[in-house]
Design a binder for this molecule. Structure first.
Ligand SMILES: *Cc1c(COP(=O)(O)O)cnc(C)c1O
Length: 422
């Protein structure tokens, strides 16, 4: 190794060691230090490039470091970074106007926060005050976030059980995702809201049928409950529409948003009807950082870029192409390829972790798990067809080369499915 190579190696392990030493330990760190990103490509400290089908867990929909977002952040940083929501701000007003213009008709009011789980907390509180009810219906395999309130809607027991009764989900009924019968039985005159992802992400990349979402709309309306769609992962062009609800034509009473909304900067929102918003008492909810001008500037630039560059259309076309190519792979290890737009899952007949690890280490492709059996691809919408071809070819190679019984690859990369999740 050259002296320069050694120096690079040395500094890489320095950063990695610092993370391993000081991080809380809840994440399984890969043996790599990422330093730069552009479009659908990221680079590690050694200068090695990766095609990024993780995209910050579905955040970088418009690509890493989109030039418009970069420029907006720079300009706003020199003007004003923080201003609480009691004090109106030009960028916040611009963002709200821009966001409401792309939301389904009727969702004209927005609570701004900083993450997906906070959006879900807001949804929960607004649903309670809007209906005067406290029961919820959530979905098996559903994922709603990690704070204690949102965790109550999250089905996977391993996320909840370490915290015992502090996760109070006595007022949550879980039903089978897609079962109209169970939904009909679960929604009563005590139900504040039905919470549902149009495509389950964490739960294995499972699109709901349009009919299920339409039935959920009908049943909730009949019984005076709200329909809240969790579009945190599906929103902002991921599924081939600006929002996944557009595939079924359903307009919910509330929608949780985050991830891709501001081109990579942390933002969350609960968008709702005026009827829902108006029932929350003044001061009933709030957050310090929500709606800060820096994030708002990034959000304005991101949403405008999505519209101008036809990102929804791109996701639809590229997603169809990506899935068609994946379905053409002849491998006895594949059980099913499914998804919507560029939210794609490949369910294997065995654990996905060794394949995800091999993709990273041998092929320079980043992918993520969704349940132990599924390889999930959430690339930036700006990914090129050539890059999709490269990902598919790489996936085909690792399907052929990885011997799952060895399982050593996964350990080396620190990819264990227990923690391979947002
Ligand atoms: C990521 C995600 C969340 C949680 O968002 P955070 O920003 O990680 O808190 C909630 N629901 C869904 C569907 C998600 O994909």
């Amino acid at each position: 190794m050259t002296a320069q190579g050694e120096a690079k190696q040395g500094s890489a392990s320095k950063w990695l060691n610092a993370e391993l030493q000081y991080d809380s330990g809840v994440y399984n760190k890969h043996q790599v230090v990422m330093v730069r990103g552009q479009g659908a490509t990221v680079w590690d400290e050694q200068g090695r490039s990766y095609i990024d089908c993780v995209a910050g867990y579905g955040v970088a929909n418009i690509g890493h470091c989109h030039p418009d977002v970069v420029r907006a952040i720079k300009e706003q940083a020199e003007k004003l970074i923080v201003m609480p929501q009691t004090l109106p701000n030009d960028k916040r007003a611009e963002f709200l106007t821009e966001l409401v213009s792309v939301l389904p008709q009727g969702l004209g009011r927005v609570f701004l926060c900083n993450s997906g789980t906070e959006a879900m907390e807001a949804a929960k509180k607004f649903a309670i005050t809007a209906t005067g009810r406290q029961r919820f219906v959530s979905m098996r395999r559903g994922f709603s976030g990690r704070t204690l309130g949102a965790l109550a809607f999250t089905w996977e027991p391993k996320y909840r059980e370490p915290f015992g009764d502090a996760v109070d989900n006595r007022n949550v009924d879980f039903i089978t995702y897609g079962s109209v019968e169970e939904l009909r039985a679960a929604v009563t005159d005590q139900t504040a809201a039905v919470i549902l992802e149009p495509v389950q992400g964490e739960g294995g990349v499972r699109p709901a049928s349009p009919e299920f979402i339409q039935e959920a709309r009908r049943i909730t309306r009949e019984r005076g409950a709200l329909l809240i769609l969790d579009e945190i992962q599906t929103g902002f062009c991921r599924t081939g529409k600006m929002f996944a609800c557009e595939h079924s034509g359903v307009i919910p009473d509330g929608m949780t948003l985050a991830k891709a909304m501001a081109g990579g900067v942390p933002v969350g929102a609960f968008a709702m009807t005026a009827e829902v918003a108006d029932r929350m008492p003044g001061g009933g909810h709030g957050t310090t950082f929500g709606g800060n001008p820096l994030a708002m500037a990034a959000g304005v630039a991101a949403i405008r870029a999505m519209k101008r560059e036809g990102m929804a259309e791109q996701a639809r076309e590229k997603g169809a192409y990506f899935m068609e190519r994946l379905r053409a792979i002849r491998s006895p290890k594949i059980r099913e390829v499914r998804g919507l737009g560029l939210m794609i899952g490949v369910e294997l007949k065995e654990k996905s972790a060794p394949y995800i690890s091999a993709l990273e280490h041998e092929e320079g492709v980043l992918a993520l798990a969704a349940t132990p059996l599924v390889v999930r691809f959430l690339p930036p919408v700006t990914i090129s067809k050539e890059q999709i071809d490269q990902v598919v070819a790489a996936f085909e190679r690792v399907l052929g080369s990885v011997n799952p019984r060895e399982g050593r690859q996964a350990e080396l990369a620190g990819v264990r499915e227990e923690k391979q999740t947002e």
